[in-house]
Design a protein around this ligand. Structure first.
Ligand SMILES: [Zn+2]
Length: 301
């Protein structure tokens, strides 16, 4: 079952894409062969293919039913987008909306769309192509975007932020997947920390992008932290200083990752990163000198 309970809340996973991505050596700045060798055997094959070292990845969204509302967290790459900077996610034709329907939700059922951050693989289904126009996919939703990312990635503000690690790979997303939402007045641009409503809070975790945000859902004493790309892969729990090559600000990204892992361990929260394959979520245990993942095999989640 691709759904689980969190207190009285319910979480549904909706997959858009699955496949092999880069190897750890190529994805992680800070990678060392020695650190990798020390932990790779503890990573199940559905997260990391042993023969090729290919990271197994997903594009996936979560619908969270909490407090009488339906949240959609992150919206993948979308269909029909033109993506010269990352052809892997361009021109997709996936049955994402049919999978959403199979999970029990029509687009009009979604009350809030929340993007953990604005990147090409987190905003795609915000819009869909109708005729020649990009129109909001979720007609009754407010869209919650981190204001720092809305400013940073807007091509019209490029003169203010000329240096961007992710400029090429993210080409196009703002104009087809963010601006159409802004122009229709459907977006709430937020800066955490803030309580969105009872049981749902947003906290800044900058570094991967300036606006990267952690969404914490709490119900009946149980907590889940939807952390976007603050964590890409379980290897980063053993190696919290490994940034992805897509992180904009390295020192900030490392310190945000450590803070988020500390908090997940202290709260005994389920950590839900955006791109985990395998069990798609994990628990975090504090050790004497760092962290380690619990539940990679599904036990104890
Ligand atoms: Zn991502």
């Amino acid at each position: 079952m691709d759904q689980w309970s969190l207190g009285r809340a319910r979480v549904h996973r909706v997959e858009e894409w699955s496949g092999a991505f880069l190897t750890p050596q190529h994805l992680f700045a800070g990678f060392t062969a020695a650190a990798y060798a020390a932990c790779k055997d503890q990573v199940p094959a559905d997260y990391l293919e042993a023969a090729t070292d290919a990271i197994q990845a997903r594009l996936q969204s979560w619908v969270v039913e909490v407090g009488g509302r339906r949240l959609l967290i992150d919206t993948g790459a979308g269909n029909d987008k033109i993506r010269p900077g990352i052809p892997l996610f361009g021109g997709l034709q996936t049955p994402f909306l049919q999978r959403l329907a199979a999970a029990g939700f029509a687009p009009q059922d979604i009350d809030l769309v929340i993007c953990t951050h604005l990147h090409v693989d987190h905003v795609g289904w915000n819009t869909q192509l109708v005729g020649a126009d990009w129109v909001p996919t979720f007609p009754n939703a407010r869209y919650v975007f981190p204001v720092a990312d809305a400013e940073f990635w807007d091509p019209r503000r490029r003169h203010l932020y000329p240096e961007k690690t992710g400029e090429a790979v993210n080409e196009g997303f703002f104009d087809d997947s963010v601006r159409p939402i802004l122009e229709r007045g459907l977006a709430d641009l937020v800066r955490g920390p803030l309580e969105l409503f009872e049981g749902v809070r947003l906290d800044p975790a900058p570094g991967h992008t300036p606006g990267s945000t952690v969404i914490t859902v709490e119900s009946a004493g149980e907590r889940a932290m939807f952390v976007g790309d603050v964590v890409h892969h379980p290897l980063q729990l053993w190696n919290p200083d490994w940034n992805s090559i897509f992180c904009e600000e390295a020192a900030q990204a490392r310190s945000s990752r450590r803070a988020v892992l500390e908090r997940a361990a202290a709260l005994e929260a389920v950590l839900v990163p955006a791109h985990f394959a395998g069990q798609h979520r994990v628990r975090v245990q504090r050790t004497a000198d760092g962290f380690r993942p619990l539940g990679l095999d599904g036990v104890g989640l």
